[in-house]
Design a binder for this molecule. Structure first.
Ligand code: SF4
Length: 68
């Protein structure tokens, strides 16, 4: 993936060096999986991202309870 202002370091010779196939940002195994929310609602990353944010919020709330 090399569109816009960011180029993925794993995009080599027109394919994903991790997945060994065409780049599909947000797929399982992609470095963006679970780290970004994609405008395409069927991106597998979106559900993983939501779960990750939920866990993060729970941790923050738990830490806040302990602190104060
Ligand atoms: S699938 Fe993800 S990790 Fe692989 S080249 Fe594309 S953006 Fe990079």
């Amino acid at each position: 993936m090399s569109k816009g202002g960011w180029s993925c370091p794993k995009f080599v010779d027109d394919e994903c060096a991790i997945l060994k196939r065409a780049c599909n940002p947000g797929d399982k195994g992609c470095i963006l999986y679970g780290k970004a929310l994609f405008s395409s609602s069927d991106s597998p990353s979106n559900e993983a991202f939501e779960k990750r944010m939920e866990r993060k919020m729970k941790r923050l709330l738990k830490d806040k309870d302990v602190d104060g």
